[in-house]
Design a protein around this ligand. Structure first.
Ligand code: SF4
Length: 759
């Protein structure tokens, strides 16, 4: 790392104050400079004078992993409106309601505008940055000195810029001595990342969105893109091949209704059903033996394993008839180009990693990988879950290196100019272990960044109690009103999308640029600037002196990626990302040289050469024995509770979407539960009536929505309401440690007036 010696004539506090002043000045002055440097293809050639006039520029949406391009309309250099970008290679002029409302949610009375500190009266009060950063450093250092470095942990997010994740990961793990940092992507993408790593040798979603338009058979497993990823669904509708669309989902979702085949499997029977489909693909002769022999390991083991899962033997467990299983196997096996896509129905499961690998197995043995319209394709959730997976420094060392590898630690240490001993030799505790650490007293200080565990973590009543026991809880967020911020000892006000710079990586591995087109309110700072200021106050200013802008960090990331499967050394900075509508990784210097100065193609997929970055260059076919549902429905709790996305207008804990009057009109403000009309009739429940939903852990009230889209014996709750995770059972996939949100047992009954009032 480049280091600038501190002037010896100034005290530490003078230096910190001056750095903070510089950061605050940059916050106020950076926007115009950034625009001049990166005006976007619709603003190219813009001069300083022209900023005064109305103009437009393009940047990536900051909600979901689709990564749509939005054209931002500017007045006097400030964003005043937006429209979907027609030339962007992701969305081609389309956007969902969340994207359309992206600017509106920045204006809200509960925006965090100044640091807050909880005082002796028990209330949060405004404070200066100087006082807050001094206190932050003092409290966390005091805890580390008393209980060891591991007693302070971090819960981060998939919602901030890649460069911010990289800086946070380096700052905490190589500087502050914090060993345990995990992200809320543990709740959505850990399973996919683990499955890919074990099967492909690298966490590498292989596809590009063009595959939606190229397949002649598209299979969605535990995915509802019509509402969760609507622009991807729109891409599918552009497919000229009239593809077969097969949906495996217990519910008759919006996507299932539009499919050509819907398999309403029983909850958590996905693994046995996928093994039966695999068994049928093999016995019906649809294996691509040439591909299997050249490019995979363990095929014989796979054949032996799935032979136990005949269509007849899984029919009762899965609820799917043998004829339907055979037909699906034939449809996939006989397709010219089949693509298989999954999201949370697979990932959020106690055996999700093996289920994801069962999908990967099908793609591999049928040769549906590396060709247009193919792939075993995990769709990501958050706008930068992919950035977190590569650069968060949690389960992987910076840029998908391994903490356990001495060579990798030395490579990263050399790059940063630090002693290898500063780098931990093992990955972070996962999220659930950090929560367990709070329970056991091993973790006493917690820094939560742009996430809301008091709402979103599984079985959250206990989580809320545990957070209340911490010696020091800091929440860094755009809003002061989240359930977690309300419990904090300190709130640090963060800038949001449109108020800061950096890059996001979308589901198809595309780096796209964020721009600063509005001023953050009050004293709020970009997360990047907050991390820089904390580095100074912690005494690490010298160590991070060259990490002085997001683009400088992007350059460091490029060097760290050299020689990795995710190599991005060929990208010529933010300007090229902006000009190209984003660039998918990998794009190495060798790729750039081979392209002779041309920009990368806009739609690129992985594994077209049949090489997988495993020890022998072949993909691993992975199988395992299915396990039992931990909490099956029973006489006392006769329903299986499914949770998931409610509408296209809601996002996770609704921290942002609830701020838009338009979005608020598009979904019920009160929690609702979907229940089959016959089950409701048996319980004497009328449509729209309040019901009490109880699990072994807690209860909530909701309005009954009678609908045959859920099967009998099942109920569905949208995850966005803050009472839902009172019910869920704390259990996890053993490989990915991802929570299993979709399979606990509940009972439902008519609510009394007292229940309805107490919610
Ligand atoms: Fe933004 Fe996702 Fe909607 Fe596209 S689909 S506009 S990225 S929220």
């Amino acid at each position: 790392m480049k280091s600038t010696p501190l002037p010896s004539s100034r005290t530490g506090s003078q230096v910190r104050a001056s750095v903070l002043r510089e950061i605050l000045q940059r916050r106020d002055g950076q926007m115009t400079r950034q625009l001049l440097l990166h005006p976007g293809k619709h603003g190219l050639g813009m001069t300083h004078e022209s900023l005064a006039a109305d103009t437009t520029t393009t940047m990536v949406c900051g909600y979901c992993s689709t990564g749509c391009g939005l054209r931002i309309h500017l007045r006097d250099g400030e964003a005043v409106g937006l429209t979907p970008e027609t030339n962007y290679p992701v969305n081609m002029g389309m956007a969902c309601p969340k994207g359309w409302e992206a600017l509106r949610v920045l204006e809200s009375p509960d925006r965090a505008t100044t640091p807050l500190i909880r005082r002796a009266d028990g209330e949060l009060h405004p404070a200066t940055w100087e006082e807050s950063l001094t206190r932050f450093t003092h409290e966390f250092k005091k805890i580390q000195q008393a209980y060891g470095n591991e007693s302070v942990a971090v819960l981060s997010t998939g919602q901030i810029a890649t460069e911010e994740m990289a800086l946070l990961g380096a700052l905490t793990k190589f500087g502050m001595g914090i060993k345990h940092l995990d992200s809320n992507t543990r709740q959505c993408m850990a399973t996919a990342a683990t499955a890919y790593k074990q099967s492909f040798g690298f966490d590498a979603p292989p596809y590009t969105y063009d595959d939606f338009e190229q397949s002649d058979c598209i299979v969605f497993i535990g995915a509802n893109p019509c509402i969760a990823h609507p622009i991807m669904w729109e891409r599918l509708l552009r497919n000229p091949n009239h593809p077969e669309v097969i949906v495996l989902d217990p519910r008759r979702t919006e996507t299932a209704m539009a499919a050509t085949q819907h398999l309403p499997l029983k909850p958590k029977s996905d693994l046995v059903l996928l093994y039966a489909i695999t068994s049928e693909i093999i016995s019906q002769g649809y294996v691509d033996y040439s591909f299997v022999q050249q490019h995979t390991n363990h095929f014989d083991e796979l054949v032996r394993h799935v032979a136990h899962f005949t269509p007849e033997s899984v029919a009762e467990t899965s609820g799917i008839s043998p004829d339907v299983i055979r037909h699906v196997a034939k449809t996939i096996g006989s397709a010219r180009a089949a693509s298989l896509w999954w999201t949370m129905g697979i990932n959020q499961s106690y055996e999700g990693t093996r289920a994801a690998q069962a999908i990967i197995n099908i793609a591999l043995i049928t040769g549906n990988i590396g060709r247009p319209g193919t792939g075993a394709n995990s769709i990501t959730g958050q706008c930068n879950a992919m950035g977190s997976r590569l650069w968060g420094n949690a389960t992987n060392l910076f840029g998908h290196h391994q903490f356990e590898s001495e060579d990798d630690r030395r490579k990263i240490a050399d790059l940063f100019g630090i002693e290898p001993a500063r780098i931990p030799t093992e990955p972070s505790w996962p999220y659930d272990r950090i929560i367990e650490g709070i329970r056991s007293g091993e973790v006493r200080g917690l820094w939560v960044i742009a996430t809301n565990p008091s709402h979103s973590w599984i079985d959250h009543q206990e989580t809320r109690e545990l957070l209340g026991k911490l010696d020091f809880l800091v929440v860094q967020d755009m809003y002061t009103s989240t359930e977690t911020a309300r419990q904090a000892h300190m709130v640090l006000p963060a800038a949001g999308w449109g108020e800061k710079e950096g890059t996001l990586i979308n589901s198809e591995r595309r780096y796209s640029v964020l721009k600063r087109l509005r001023r953050a309110p009050g004293q709020a700072l970009a997360d990047f600037q907050i991390f820089r200021a904390i580095a100074e106050y912690w005494g690490l200013g010298e160590m991070f002196s060259s990490w002085d802008s997001p683009e400088a960090v992007f350059r460091i990331m490029q060097q760290a990626s050299r020689g990795q499967f995710c190599d991005i050394t060929g990208i010529d900075g933010y300007g090229q990302l902006d000009r190209c509508g984003g660039i998918q990784w990998p794009w190495s210097e060798a790729d750039a040289q081979a392209a002779s100065g041309c920009d990368p193609q806009q739609q690129r997929r992985l594994f077209s050469d049949g090489y997988f970055p495993t020890s022998n260059g072949r993909a691993n076919l992975m199988v395992d024995s299915p396990t039992r549902v931990p909490e099956p429905a029973c006489a006392d709790y006769p329903f299986v509770l499914l949770t998931g996305r409610g509408t296209v207008s809601q996002w996770h804990t609704q921290t942002r979407t609830s701020k838009s009057a338009v979005l608020n009109k598009l979904y019920p403000s009160e929690a609702y539960i979907e229940i089959h009309p016959q089950d409701a009739m048996d319980l004497g429940i009328q449509h729209n009536e309040h019901v009490l939903v109880q699990s072994r852990r807690g209860s909530m009230t909701a309005r009954a929505c009678l609908t045959p889209t859920v099967s009998r014996g099942q109920v569905f709750l949208p995850m966005h309401y803050d009472t839902v995770n009172r019910l869920t059972l704390s259990h996890f996939d053993p490989h990915s440690r991802q929570p299993s949100y979709k399979d606990c047992a509940v009972r439902v009954e008519r609510a009394t007036r007292t229940h309805s009032r107490s919610k």
